[in-house]
Design a protein around this ligand. Structure first.
Ligand code: HEM
Length: 317
């Protein structure tokens, strides 16, 4: 959903938070808004940013705080557009549903506090992370989509995915338990770290594209610098690392399906990246490219938790 918000430029569809234009059901036409809506929401965000700037200063992030308080473009309010408003609102509704499901997860984990404390503590950690993510989403909006805040928002989402995948593994009645040599298990961890690095490099390309956003989409890629070349070339590292994993795990029938899926996901990420780069960054590929990277990360962790390097009876070397 976040990717769709981004691809359609709807991030500022609701200038306030958690309500949207002061209402739980957002407006559908500009007539429903007061005439001075731009000034009043700019003021609203300004107040919120000042609080955030104070918080940043108190934790020693003075430079970032200065950047936010000196950047006058942050307070420029976009024209009302009902489609963008409703896309952003739908994104928030999905966020609320996720939040409620995580509250439910936490409530259900209470009964395992004694028998399986890890389930309880990790469910609590997920709840705290999702509340923080909701609050941080409001900072993304109040700072008018300041680039680094989007990157932090995305990595937080990946952290939540990581904890949830572990909980899925740890709470399963029949856990995935594939015996392998420990070196292969750690190779898979290397693959996950490489993917996180590639994700970071991808966010740098996205940040650079955001700086060009006012120009036509066709010119975006040709105006990019080293961040694009590095991100594109780093794909080879991922393809080779996963190729090696697939080759090594191919004899293990249970791991074969999951590892092949990972390889297909990596290749699909590369292909969607090529489509973005050489097809003029079509909006429909932006959320797809992002989703493929996130699903691959979840899949890597799911396989990692399921590989058992302690059971020495059947070893894949
Ligand atoms: C394993 C392969 C790849 C992975 C996991 C990956 C992952 C990512 C991620 C996570 C982003 C950030 C999206 C965001 O912050 O919104 C991104 C952006 C991007 N990537 Fe990749 N990428 C891969 C390969 C490629 C390749 C091969 C190309 C080009 C030939 C490419 C072109 C781009 C472009 C143009 C963007 C910016 C998209 C936007 O602004 O929405 N990627 N990538």
């Amino acid at each position: 959903m976040g990717g769709i918000v981004r691809a359609t430029g709807s991030g500022m569809g609701c200038p306030d938070w958690p309500k949207c234009f002061g209402s739980w059901v957002p407006p559908t036409s500009v007539e429903q808004l007061p005439e001075n809506y731009k000034e009043s929401y700019a003021q609203y965000r300004d107040k919120k940013n000042q609080k955030f700037v104070r918080l940043l200063r108190s934790i020693g992030m003075t430079e970032t705080a200065d950047q936010i308080s000196n950047d006058k473009t942050i307070l420029v309010e976009a024209d009302f557009n009902p489609v963008k408003t409703w896309i952003e609102y739908l994104n928030r509704i999905v966020g609320v549903v996720i939040g409620l499901l995580i509250v439910l997860l936490f409530v259900r984990s209470l009964k395992y506090r004694q028998s399986s404390p890890i389930l309880f503590w990790l469910s609590l950690a997920t709840l705290i992370a999702v509340i923080f993510q909701g609050w941080f989403g409001s900072i993304v909006v109040s700072t008018n989509l300041t680039q680094w805040t989007i990157t932090v928002h995305m990595f937080l989402a990946m952290l939540i995915v990581a904890i949830l995948v572990y909980l899925l593994h740890a709470s399963a009645e029949e856990r995935l338990n594939i015996p392998v040599a420990s070196s292969l298990k750690w190779w898979l961890m290397v693959c996950a770290v490489l993917l996180l690095i590639q994700t970071f490099l991808g966010t740098q390309v996205r940040e650079a594209i955001d700086r060009l956003a006012s120009a036509s989409r066709d010119t975006w890629i040709s105006s990019l610098g080293a961040e694009f070349i590095i991100h594109r070339s780093f794909s080879w590292v991922l393809v080779i690392a996963h190729g090696y994993l697939l080759w090594k795990l191919y004899e293990t029938s249970e791991a074969k399906t999951l590892t092949t899926t990972l390889m297909v996901l990596i290749l699909a990420s590369v292909l969607s990246g090529v489509g973005l780069a050489y097809g003029g960054v079509p909006p429909y590929l932006q959320p797809l490219h992002l989703t493929l990277a996130t699903v691959t990360f979840g899949g890597q962790l799911y396989l990692f938790f399921g590989l058992n390097s302690r059971n020495k009876t059947v070893l894949v070397k």
